[in-house]
Design a protein around this ligand. Structure first.
Ligand code: SAH
Ligand code: SF4
Ligand code: F3S
Length: 488
């Protein structure tokens, strides 16, 4: 456990100020239904990966596994991995070394690599690392029982086949680390954008949208189990597109179809499940987010006023090199539309990359000035990390020295801190609806929840329960948290 905590510190401290859930790792929890074997699963990377671990757990439970939160009791260890930056991969390599040391005393222990690193490195992981028994890419999880059998029989097993259709629509995820109030629903997989810095299109394959009826059914089932908030997940939710006959984009482009469900329609369908069910979504792409989506948010009380709209850079030349397919003016127009249609109080967050190939000081200043214009509520901030095989790695030199990247990143982080505080101060004195998620991390006499704009709000416990909506008057704040008291 000590090692795990060290890893969290490493992850939290350096490249980003992202909260634990979007760049740290999560461990499976205990389930004891009398199955004969135990699975321990550790997940890294984005929410989509955490969501995949819930699908994997469901498949494994059907195949005779219970889950455990302790490595000690495990027969099988899965690492569901991320390749987004070099450091993410290094963390996983360190964990592999750690788990292999355990294997010396427990020869039957099976170690599997899942997710994006499995997809990127494929059987190289078996050959070079010699530390894993199983390598399974994100579209091959249905094959896990068969692959486990192969390893049981003494061979190493690999499946990194990427699918154009797989959405795991019929698999009901086993909710891991759940607070019983908020849950994630994957609405699509893969990504068809080719941002030049990004490894995701290579590790997750082509974009495909999941049947909206299965999404609504999942949201309904969650609501009936007591959940009160769902977050719809995709790398670019605004390009969600589904039709009855054809459910993948490649085919859609070739055929004329009626009854296409776009993201705005899907959002409305999920919002209609119950006014008591909050709906969030992530990630919005600045090139694709439409006014129709913004009006759907504005129209529905239960669709949260919060948009994660990653800019990456505030300079049009850099954005072009990044192949983001929008420029600074386009981005600003989208932010203006959010403020106009939803309102000034709508939470907006971003991802920023410092020190992308050839970025000059002036261009870096443009990122800072874009931040001044938007005043993000918070951001995930990184310095550029070259990923093998990406467009940028092939076309541009990674020519910004590390100390310059880090200094620029610090400037971005500092500015964000100021803006987060400034934005939070605007909430003081307001009465906001908060959905209670559980006990505050700092005191068991206090509860924590989130307001519509996705900000954490802390207040005295009294007799309130998680899963309840309360009206909270905001009385104080830091850059990261709001404090308040419930008004009856
Ligand atoms: N689909 C989302 C991003 C998913 S990856 C979008 O388009 O916004 C999450 C974030 O990681 C990205 O937004 C980007 O800021 C960061 N990132 C991706 N590749 C990176 C790289 N090579 N170096 C540094 N940061 C990177
Ligand atoms: Fe990566 Fe761009 Fe796709 Fe986001 S939209 S996952 S940054 S390629
Ligand atoms: Fe990482 Fe793969 Fe997500 S690279 S950020 S886990 S899609």
């Amino acid at each position: 456990m000590e090692q795990l905590i060290k890893d969290i510190d490493l992850l939290a401290g350096q490249e980003t100020t992202a909260p634990e859930e979007s760049c740290g790792f999560k461990v499976s929890e205990e389930s004891n239904t009398g199955k004969s074997r135990k699975l321990y699963i550790e997940s890294y990377g984005c929410q989509m990966n955490f969501s995949d671990s819930e699908i994997v757990t469901s498949i494994m439970q059907k195949d005779g596994f219970d889950t455990t939160s302790e490595v000690d009791g495990a027969d099988v260890i899965f690492l569901n991995t991320c390749s987004i930056r070099e450091k993410a991969e290094q963390t996983v390599r360190n964990r592999l070394v750690h788990f292999n040391a355990l294997k010396k005393n427990r020869p039957g222990l099976m170690i599997g690599i899942l997710g994006c690193m499995a997809e990127r490195l494929k059987d190289k992981l078996l050959e070079e690392e010699k530390m894993v028994d199983l390598v399974v890419g994100p579209d091959a999880y249905r094959d896990l029982p068969g692959l486990i059998r192969e390893v049981d029989e003494g061979t190493k097993a690999v499946n990194t086949f990427l699918s154009r259709e797989e959405t795991y629509a019929d698999i009901s995820p086993v909710r891991l680390n759940s607070n019983g109030v908020t849950a994630f629903i994957s609405i699509m997989r893969g990504c068809d954008n080719m941002c030049s810095f990004c490894v995701v299109p290579f590790t997750r394959g082509r974009e495909r949208s999941r049947d909206p009826h299965s999404i609504v059914a999942e949201a309904k089932a969650l609501f009936e189990q007591g959940f009160r908030e769902v977050t719809l997940l995709g790398q670019n939710v605004d390009s969600y597109k589904w039709s009855p006959e054809v459910n993948n984009k490649a085919q859609l482009e070739k055929r004329e179809v009626s009854e296409v469900v776009n993201f705005a329609h899907l959002l409305q369908m999920v919002a209609d499940v119950s006014p008591e069910l909050r709906v969030r979504f992530s990630t919005s792409h600045p090139k694709d987010i439409t006014d129709e989506v913004l009006h759907t948010i504005a129209r529905n009380e239960n669709v949260c006023n919060y948009i994660h709209l990653p800019a990456q850079s505030g300079n049009s030349r850099v954005l072009k090199l990044m192949n983001r397919t929008y420029d600074r003016d386009w981005y600003i127009d989208r932010v203006d539309a959010i403020r106009r249609i939803i309102g000034q109080e709508c939470g907006i967050s971003s991802d920023m990359i410092a020190g992308f190939c050839t970025e000059t000081e002036e261009e870096h200043q443009d990122t800072l000035s874009l931040m001044d214009y938007v005043k993000y509520d918070f951001s995930y901030m990184f310095f550029y990390s070259e990923r093998p095989g990406t467009l940028a790695a092939r076309k541009y030199a990674d020519d910004i020295p590390l100390d310059v990247k880090k200094r620029r990143l610090q400037e971005i982080i500092q500015k964000q801190q100021q803006h987060s505080l400034e934005r939070n101060k605007l909430d003081i004195g307001q009465i906001q609806q908060v959905l209670i998620e559980g006990t505050s991390k700092k005191s068991d006499q206090q509860l924590q929840g989130r307001n519509s704009a996705n900000k954490v709000v802390i207040f005295d416990k009294k007799n309130y329960q998680k899963g309840q909506y309360v009206q909270v008057k905001i009385t104080d704040c830091t850059a990261a948290t709001l404090f308040g008291e419930v008004v009856e």
